[in-house]
Ligand binder design. Structure first.
Ligand SMILES: [Zn+2]
Length: 281
């Protein structure tokens, strides 16, 4: 997972703009209800940021109403019909949040293209955060679909691209094996992490499971292996084991400057560990 810079959009402005965009008398007086709830939602948004910074997920409780007057459906409407669809509001806030993934790649899987915003805390279960920027993460369609609306398990919260920085340790490993179709890679969380940081290890395992990343990474690795295996085998013969390892280490070092835990870096680390696996027989 790639860490993203936390958004700095003022929630007050978002709510003011959404309120202004409702016509008086629609949706059972949603305009007035939203206006009188702005300070409550702003306070909760600040609490979200403070608690998320401390990874204190147990404070977030599912709720049905906001300020006692706005229903879950009302808040979903604010997001669906204003935040996403009202052009001026969309251009100002939605598009800005989408642009936080600078390369355009999904921060969750690192494979897909960012195409939507994911509510880290589902808007149907935690409606007060329906338009809270801290709760809206740009992701790809597959990752958004994989993360069903469910109450957060505070003992094993999914990784949050704004509040989790997990690239300071190497945690992703690939295991290579030979099969009838050639070399295949399987991906998992490094066992050593369980001793050093059991909580992070549990969350990373859940992250891999939730977004089916083993499967997605294996697909990427299969193509990478197919495209490179003749080159690697040739160099193994010409340069020998140490020569090829040296080359792969240079490629790895360059990639790790950008990100250390991708399917590609994990694949390279596995190859460096066991270059002999490239031998045909
Ligand atoms: Zn994704």
């Amino acid at each position: 997972m790639r860490h993203l810079q936390k958004p700095q959009l003022p929630i007050e402005d978002i709510l003011e703009d959404c309120t202004a965009s409702y016509r008086q008398g629609t949706r059972d007086g949603i305009k007035d209800k939203l206006r009188s709830s702005i300070s409550v939602i702003c306070d909760e948004s600040r609490i979200y940021d403070n608690e998320a910074e401390q990874q204190n997920w147990s404070v977030f409780r599912p709720h049905a109403m906001v300020n006692g007057i706005l229903s879950k459906d009302d808040m979903c409407d604010v997001y669906d019909s204003k935040f996403v669809k009202a052009e001026k509001i969309k251009n100002k806030y939605y598009d800005h949040l989408m642009s936080l993934a600078k390369s355009g790649k999904c921060p969750i899987c690192g494979i897909g293209q960012v195409s939507t915003l994911d509510h880290y805390l589902a808007k149907t279960i935690y409606p007060i955060y329906a338009v809270t920027p801290y709760n809206l993460v740009p992701v790809c369609k597959d990752c958004n679909f994989a993360k069903h609306d469910s109450p957060l398990d505070p003992t094993c919260a999914p990784l949050h691209a704004y509040y989790d920085e997990v690239d300071s340790v190497i945690w992703l490993k690939a295991s290579l094996s030979k099969s009838a179709g050639g070399l295949v890679a399987e991906f998992s969380v490094c066992d050593s992490l369980r001793e050093h940081n059991p909580d992070l290890c549990r969350r990373l395992k859940k992250h891999m499971e939730l977004y089916e990343l083993n499967k997605a990474y294996a697909v990427q690795a299969t193509t990478e292996i197919a495209e490179n295996i003749l080159f690697w085998r040739d160099k193994l013969e010409v340069w020998g084991r140490e020569g090829l390892k040296e080359h792969l280490l240079e490629v790895l070092a360059s990639k790790e400057v950008y990100q250390r835990n991708t399917w590609n870096t994990a694949l390279l680390r596995a190859l460096i560990e066991d270059v002999e696996i490239l031998n045909d027989e």
